[in-house]
Design a protein. Structure first.
Length: 228
C-alpha cells in the first residue's frame, strides 16, 4: 500500500508508528482547543513527547501535518454519520432528523479544527479530494436510508434527493460553524434554534410534494388555447 503523501518518511517500525499516532493525536487536540493559533510544531512536540526534529522526520512541514490530521478527522466523522444513518428508524422523517443531528453535532464539536481545514483546504487539492471522498460515502449512506421509505419520500430519485439534502445541510452548517461562537448560553440557544430550523427545512424538502406550476394567463388569449 502506498504511504500517504504527507509523510516525509513513512513510519515502518512499531515505535515510529506509535510516535506518529501520538503526534497526530496531539495535533488534533491542539486544533480542537484553539485552532491554528495553538498548532505549532513546538506545542505538538511537547504534547506528544517527541522532539521537534522527530516531527520533521515524519512530516514534510506543518501543512503536511494538518493534512494528516484532516484525513484522521474526516475518517472519524464519516464513520459517525454513516453509522447514524444506518441505525436510524426506516422513515424519511427519522432519517432527516438523524442527518441534521449527526452533522451539526459532529461539525460543531470540531469547529476550531474545521476552520483550519477550510482555510488550508481552499488551496490544497489533496484536502479537497479527501473531503469529497467523504461526502460521497455519506451521500451513498443517506440515499440508502431514504430508499427504505419510498412511500414517504416526495422524490422519485432517492439518490438525487440525498445529494441535494446533504449539500444543503453541510453547506449551511459549515457556514454556521465558521461564523458562530460556541460555549455561551446565548450561543447555545441560537445554535439550538438553528438546528431546529434546519431539521424543519430538511423535513419539508423530503416530504412536501412539489408545487404544480400555475399557467399564467396572457392578455388576449382564450382560456384553454395555446398561443401559436
Amino acid at each position: 500500500m502506498t504511504a500517504p503523501a504527507w509523510f516525509a518518511n513513512p513510519p515502518r517500525q512499531q515505535r515510529t508508528r506509535q510516535a506518529a499516532d501520538r503526534v497526530l493525536a496531539a495535533a488534533e487536540g491542539l486544533l480542537a482547543r484553539g485552532g491554528d493559533e495553538e498548532l505549532t510544531i513546538q506545542a505538538v512536540a511537547a504534547e506528544a513527547q517527541v522532539s521537534v526534529g522527530g516531527i520533521y522526520r515524519l512530516f514534510h512541514d506543518k501543512a503536511a501535518l494538518v493534512r494528516a490530521v484532516h484525513d484522521r478527522v474526516m475518517a472519524r466523522m464519516e464513520d459517525e454519520l454513516v453509522n447514524a444513518l444506518r441505525s436510524s428508524e426506516p422513515t424519511v422523517s427519522a432519517t432527516a432528523t438523524t442527518l441534521v443531528s449527526a452533522v451539526t453535532t459532529a461539525m460543531r464539536r470540531r469547529a476550531p479544527a474545521l476552520r483550519v481545514f477550510l482555510g488550508q483546504g481552499a488551496g490544497d487539492p489533496a484536502m479537497r479530494d479527501r473531503a469529497l471522498r467523504g461526502v460521497r460515502r455519506v451521500d451513498a449512506a443517506l440515499a440508502e436510508a431514504l430508499a427504505r421509505d419510498r412511500d414517504g419520500l416526495a422524490h422519485d430519485d432517492p439518490a438525487q434527493a440525498a445529494q441535494f439534502l446533504l449539500e444543503m445541510v453541510l453547506g449551511t452548517t459549515m457556514r454556521a460553524v465558521g461564523l458562530a461562537g460556541a460555549g455561551a448560553s446565548g450561543a447555545n440557544r441560537r445554535w439550538d434554534a438553528y438546528v431546529s430550523q434546519l431539521d424543519r427545512a430538511a423535513q419539508v424538502y423530503l416530504t412536501a410534494p412539489a408545487p404544480v406550476p400555475e399557467r399564467v394567463a396572457t392578455r388576449g388569449a382564450r382560456p384553454g388555447r395555446r398561443r401559436s
